[in-house]
Design a protein around this ligand. Sequence first.
Ligand code: CMX
Length: 134
Amino acid sequence: MLKIEHIGIAVKNIEQSNDLFTKLFGKAPYKMEKVESENVSTSFFMIGESKIELLEATNPDSAIAKFIEKKGEGIHHIAYEVENIIEEMKRLKSEGFTLLSEEPKRGADNKLICFLHPKGTNGVLIELCQEIKL
Ligand code: CMX
């Protein structure tokens, strides 16, 4: 793994949270994006080299809706950038981690992504992401 790519925070209302985090950071999100396949609306803030993603559920079946219902708003996942997501998925699978998809999926902010089940990572949902190079 190369570095922490971003930290994802589950929020109930992304417009209100955008205002809150804009006040907190002193700068606005650089991007907002809906990811239909994950049933989420996202916004991204860049703070120095660190990226924060806010996530709001767009329907009740969304992982974010379930998370908020169970645990309330808060840190939802930590995403790590990888050089080659296919190779990293193979490596982690052979180490015994549970991948939540067999293939990488297309995520927000121009990334291929794959999640690891939090039960196998001390209760922290881990996302792997690789930049899609055009
Ligand atoms: N962090 C830590 N634990 C989590 C979690 C999270 N984000 N989400 C769920 N859990 C816990 C649940 O609380 C539950 O714990 P207990 O058994 O102790 O109650 C456990 O994981 C398993 O729960 P589950 O009922 O088997 O499964 P869920 O329906 O809650 O789904 C998960 C959990 C991780 C499999 C599902 O959320 C998932 O597939 N996530 C990956 C996709 C995703 O999160 N998409 C949204 C973000 C997209 C993006 O970043 O663009």
